[in-house]
Each structure stands twice: as C-alpha cells, then as structure tokens.
Design a protein around this ligand. Sequence first.
Ligand code: CA
Length: 224
Amino acid sequence: MTHILIIEDEAALVDVLTDRLLAEGHLVSSSLNGEEGEQLARNKTYDLLILDLMLPGRSGLDICRNLRADRNDTPILMLTARGELADKVVGLRLGADDYLTKPFEMAELLARVEALLRRTSPSSTDTLRFANVDINPERGEVKRDGVLLELSVKEFDLLVYLAQNPGVVLSRDRLLSEVWNYDIPPPTRTVDVHISWLRQKLEPDARRPQHIRTVHGVGYKFVP
Ligand code: CA
C-alpha cells in the first residue's frame, strides 16, 4: 500500500483529496500547517507528497527546498493557485516533480499521482530472495524451499520491509511507523511478537536466528 502525505491549508480540499485517495486504495495523512507538515514528512517515509505552495507556518517552497537539501527524495506534487507561475517554476527548480494549478479536476490529480507513483516505485514488484526463501511482493507469496508459507498480512509486510533493508539496524519505532503506519508509535510488543512468528516460519533454528537478528536495546537487523 502506498502512503501519501497532503500538506494543504484548505481543510475542505484536504477532505475531498483524502476521500478520493483512500477510495483509490492509498493510505493518507495530512497537515494543514507548513511547519507541522514538514515535520511529518521528515519523521516518516511517504511514497508521495502533495504540497500546497501558500501555507501557514512554512511555505511549500521552503518545505521542498529543506527536504531536498536533506536528501529526502520523496516525489512531490505541488499545488499552486492561479497567478503563482513564477513560484511554480521555482518549485520545479527546487526539486518538486510535478505541479497542478488550482482549481483542478480530481481525475487530473489522480492521473498525476499515479504517474508519479509509477515513476518512482519500479522495484516494489521485484522478487526478493535470501537463503532458501523467495518473496513475491506482487502476489503476496513467500516460499521456503519452494513450499508456500502461510503468513499473516503484517508478517508479510514486515518480512518485505526487512528484506528490502538488508544490513540496516531497524528500531522498533521505525518498524511500527513503516510497517504498521503509526504516526506516533505507541509502546507495544507487536514488533517482537511478529518477529518471533517470522523466525519460527523462516529461520532454520528460531532460537539462533541467522537472518532476523536482534540488535540489543535497539531493534532488529536483517541479514540475507
Ligand atoms: Ca494555501
């Protein structure tokens, strides 16, 4: 599932956009304020940012510049009002990927969103392999020695995320945020419980895990 962040101060527009994007099967978060919106964009990985130009707190241009300066390459679709042509050009130069002038047709926005998501996520359907395990994200299947495993949706999502981040130390908070989509992760044992289930299904010896290693005091690390 793709997660889209909307930073836009027109509440009515945010509502309409949210409804439509949810109906298209995307996960949506939003902020009406520029400063808070940038904070959200920094705290979590989104697949796409829909960013208004004129915002209270911090302008869309500043947010765009700050994120790119910080090597955040989340695709950005900028929303501009009529007459903001100069700003639009600046926005593209600062690293926005596309822009749309208000008012716009919803179909047009959805088309731009899909185009940006397609352009930036070609790897999501690639098969992931490690040891004797094959993961097919597109079909939602995991095989061990060619035998199909029964995984819950969250076990599957967690495994895919681990396999896509080999060698990276992943904190529980990051996993809760990326896999369970918490904006602010609550204190919970959910991650550890799911890790334990995955180990039982995937590791040669679940008590001495080779692939899903514990990093004490922090979280986990996937070793292919
Ligand atoms: Ca605005």
